[in-house]
Design a protein around this ligand. Structure first.
Ligand code: NI
Length: 156
């Protein structure tokens, strides 16, 4: 087995807010990030897949196809969007780096032919990133939107 990582970038706006809490509590927890007008980040996504090398091509996956899948499933949905307002999974889940990593995992799970999704890493900034390895996810044929509208994030 070998791991292969492809990067992609997207720029999105977000804010942090939990409707279950008071305005004061949101302000206390999230500070400037609670500003409902939002603010932007240039995110870097690293998607790592695991698989066996095809003896004919020397590849684990078709790189062009992997790029297209990232573009279709993630970048075209998140790039130049306000995550809270325009991306369905963040109407409920707070679009933290952690939750974005989980959401991207769910968008990609089961969509990459001939390889297994191994890790989703999302950088919100060069000095901050979150990793998700799909723990606690059922083996996913189910894509985004088929899950209960739960808050993401195991334990937060
Ligand atoms: Ni932010």
């Amino acid at each position: 087995m070998i791991l292969l990582t492809r990067k992609a970038e997207f720029s999105s706006a977000h804010y942090y807010w939990n409707d279950d809490l008071s305005a004061e509590e949101n302000q206390r927890l999230f500070g400037k990030c609670a500003n409902r007008n939002g603010h932007g980040h240039n995110y870097t996504l690293e998607v790592t897949v695991a698989g066996e090398i095809d003896p004919v091509t020397g590849f684990v996956v078709d790189l062009k196809q992997l790029k297209e899948i990232l573009e279709r499933e993630v970048v075209s949905v998140y790039d130049h969007r306000h995550l809270n307002l325009e991306v369905p999974e963040f109407r409920v889940a707070i679009p933290t780096t952690e939750n974005i990593a989980i959401a991207i995992w769910r968008r990609l799970a089961g969509k990459i032919p001939n390889a297994q999704l191994y890790r989703v890493r999302v950088f919100e900034a060069p000095d901050l990133f979150a990793d998700f390895y799909g723990e606690f996810e059922s083996p996913a044929q189910d894509g985004p939107g088929t899950r209960p509208e739960a808050q993401f994030g195991v334990g937060n």
